[in-house]
Write a protein that binds this ligand. Structure first.
Ligand code: ADP
Ligand code: SF4
Length: 695
């Protein structure tokens, strides 16, 4: 079944006292569920174990109230009462023969302590990392001894929960052992500061403590950042090489990557598969212990190459395991072309950043495993298979068609263009977004294997066509278009001078090949990736580009997908001028009048064209026409007409995929009530709650 070239991926790897059954290692990743939603968290991890990952890790796990990460929701082991939630995860992971790993973390000055109200701790006095108006105090030697005790006790609790691998965390600029390594955070003059030997001391001690506490049955892993890309104030490769040399054999496993998180989980627009190799390949040459590394690996050939060339021993993955929890199983069963490849959009990261359960563009079941009972591979067969017409072959329509067919319905998919994919096909042609096409390609591949989907290209349907078609259920996924009139967050009445102005362009124009020339202002009132991509496209075509936004920073929402810094750097490199805090007051085709958002001062500049990226309007005319003809539905056998995805309300590609999937799941199923998912309650019994309140 399996291609013998991939056999090496399925050989066991000994990690200290435990053995990983193969080389697929889900490294720690945040998910916005953590300690607040333990059942949802455990179910999400279980499906990865079921999908063949040999090791399934938690996210960061807070070891003490002085490292409280509120508002972010991570794992927690403050005392014994936190053990059951993680024991649940271990049970679920073990049920499928996988190992469970726990990433213990004390975030020092990178914690918030908003919930616990403890004073932040750090190697030296310093400001808190995330802009809270408070400082961390320098730890005394007593504090250091206490920290080591908290870490040891958390390791023991992890062992009692059933964990097989316990991490010491020194990565992402997010944990005390790393903060003690960094010259910018550690200005101590005692035995924990100054020389490299001194700055490494705490990391060495914590590794040794963990080994002494749990090393008899648990492997001790070290997650270590080899480079921060900050110059001498951060961990640099040369120093990291010395550190790995000093600690080479102390951990049972080296998990190596780049810091901070935005340099580790880089969006596909800014880094290719395996991009970390030049920063981590020295590690395996320095230690005899197994090494795990990441690189958004989705291709088994790349994975094999990494192992054969001695770069890493274990294929680390966070995002590829989110996009496809069954990735290892699919390679094992010779179904490589069934892998839902991660597209590197980092919408999964935004779950954590926006404090909501993790979601994934490619995998709509992510975060819904427990609360909706959704499985990434399985779907309930339709109670009464019937004929369904899907109009529109973008992400929403493709996913609806695929999942409806998987349930056994007889599906027809009509698309007005000559190609499938809708917005992903169009956006994938923009600079850096080629991987977006994976959203289309996976769904087309799956639809191609099913014999109950008929695809009609070049078929713009009218309301009469839909009624004449006579499908029992109709779902309209007809998409949306970018507005030309400037209407958006900052201009609720639009921008009159943009209306009927031939020198105004939209992103749709650009994607259709209608491009401006000369001096162009890209007006961003949207705040995500689109405007920066448009600016990049036009710069590459030789335009002089100014990026104008009423916001105080460019692309503010891209902070949530770790794009922000990369976008800023690229714009600076390409010579794209950033004009923040300015709205458009007028544009006559040759002169642009800008208005400062704060002092309302106006200024003029020569400008040949404006590209408006403000908001979108649904293409729902077909839906409205069908609603008007509702009286004719019954005679034609049409029982329901629904409008989904961007045609219902424009959003992310992830929203469109989710909408298509949800439609397919819910068709013919009983309505679940006002709350369409299960929720976590701290106690099911109101008497318990009362007793707890009175205690
Ligand atoms: P979504 O993100 O919701 O999937 P897209 O804009 O990506 O939306 O896709 C919508 C697709 O629907 C486009 O490919 C468009 O060509 C197609 N479409 C729009 N109107 C019709 C119609 N009347 N008949 C068939 N296809 C249509
Ligand atoms: Fe990959 Fe995007 Fe899914 Fe994250 S959300 S796993 S980056 S496809």
């Amino acid at each position: 079944m399996r291609d013998p070239r991939y056999d090496i991926l399925f050989t066991p790897v000994k990690i200290g006292p435990v053995t990983a059954k193969n080389r697929f290692f889900q490294v720690p990743h945040c998910n916005g569920m953590g300690h607040a939603m333990p059942m949802a968290h455990a179910a999400m991890r279980e499906i990865k174990a079921e999908g063949g990952w040999a090791v399934v890790s938690t996210e960061e796990c807070e070891i003490h109230p002085s490292s409280d990460l509120t508002p972010y929701v991570e794992a927690r082991l403050w005392d014994d009462r936190d053990i059951p939630a993680l024991a649940l995860m271990c049970d679920k992971v073990h049920a499928h023969g996988a190992l469970a790993a726990l990433e213990l973390s004390h975030n020092g000055p990178t914690a918030s302590n908003l919930y616990s109200r403890e004073v932040l701790l750090g190697p030296s006095h310093q400001v808190s990392k995330y802009g809270y108006p408070s400082q961390a105090r320098a730890m005394t030697l007593h504090d250091i001894r206490e920290y080591r005790r908290w870490h040891r006790e958390a390791a023991l609790r992890g062992k009692r929960a059933g964990m097989d691998i316990i991490y010491v965390y020194a990565a992402h600029d997010l944990s005390l052992p790393m903060h003690f390594l960094q010259r910018r955070r550690n200005q101590r003059s005692d035995e924990y500061g100054g020389s490299l030997e001194n700055r490494v001391r705490l990391l060495r001690e914590v590794l040794q403590d963990t080994r002494d506490a749990v090393g008899d049955t648990c492997a001790v892993a070290l997650r270590f950042a080899t480079e921060e890309l900050l110059g001498p104030s951060g961990v640099e490769l040369a120093e990291a090489q010395d550190i790995v040399g000093m600690l080479a054999e102390l951990p049972d496993l080296w998990d190596v990557n780049l810091a901070a998180w935005y340099n580790d989980s880089v969006p596909s627009r800014f880094a290719t598969e395996g991009a970390q190799e030049p920063f981590i390949d020295f590690v395996k040459k320095t230690t005899t212990k197994p090494v795990v590394g990441v690189g958004r690996f989705t291709s088994p050939d790349t994975m094999v190459s990494q192992i054969r060339r001695g770069v890493i021993d274990l294929i680390g993955a966070a995002r590829p395991s989110i996009a496809d929890p069954y990735l290892p199983k699919k390679i094992e069963e010779g179904r490589v072309d069934d892998i839902r490849e991660c597209i590197g959009c980092n919408i999964c990261v935004s779950g954590d950043m926006t404090i909501s359960p993790i979601r994934c563009t490619q995998n709509p079941s992510m975060g819904e495993e427990w609360r909706k009972g959704w499985h990434p591979e399985r779907i309930r067969p339709a109670p009464q298979p019937t004929r369904v017409l899907v109009v529109g072959g973008g992400p929403a329509g493709l996913e609806a068609a695929r999942a409806l067919a998987q349930r056994g319905h007889d599906v027809s998919l009509a698309e007005s263009r000559k190609e499938l994919g809708g917005r992903v096909t169009r956006e994938a042609r923009l600079p850096g977004l080629a991987e977006w096409a994976r959203v289309r390609d996976w769904r087309m591949g799956q639809i191609g294997k099913l014999n109950n989907v008929s695809v009609y290209l070049d078929s713009p349907l009218t309301a009469q066509d839909v009624i004449d078609f006579g499908a029992e259920h109709v779902v309209l996924a007809t998409g949306c278009h970018w507005r030309r009139d400037g209407f958006g967050r900052s201009n609720g009445l639009g921008i009159p001078s943009l209306v009927d102005n031939a020198r105004v362009f939209t992103l749709d124009d650009l994607m259709d090949g209608r491009l401006p020339e000369g001096r162009v202002a890209v007006f961003d009132d949207d705040g995500f990736y689109y405007a920066s991509v448009a600016a990049e496209l036009l710069r590459a075509r030789g335009c002089e580009v100014a990026y104008v936004t009423p916001e105080d920073s460019i692309a503010p929402w891209s902070v949530n997908t770790l794009d922000y810094r990369h976008i800023r750097k690229r714009m600076a490199k390409l010579g794209i001028e950033a004009v923040v805090s300015h709205n458009i007051a007028g544009f006559d085709g040759s002169r642009l009048t800008l208005e400062n958002a704060w002092d309302e001062q106006q200024s003029e500049r020569p400008c040949d064209a404006v590209v408006t990226i403000t908001s979108r309007l649904p293409d729902d005319t077909l839906y409205q026409q069908l609603l008007q003809r509702q009286a004719h539905w019954g005679g034609a056998g049409v029982r329901s007409v629904r409008c989904i995805g961007d045609a219902e309300a424009p959003g992310l590609i992830a929203h469109a995929i989710y909408a298509g999937h949800r439609y397919a799941r819910e068709l013919q199923e009983p309505v679940t009530g006002e709350v369409a998912f299960k929720r976590h309650f701290h106690t099911a019994d109101p008497d318990d709650l009362r007793r707890e309140a009175l205690a």
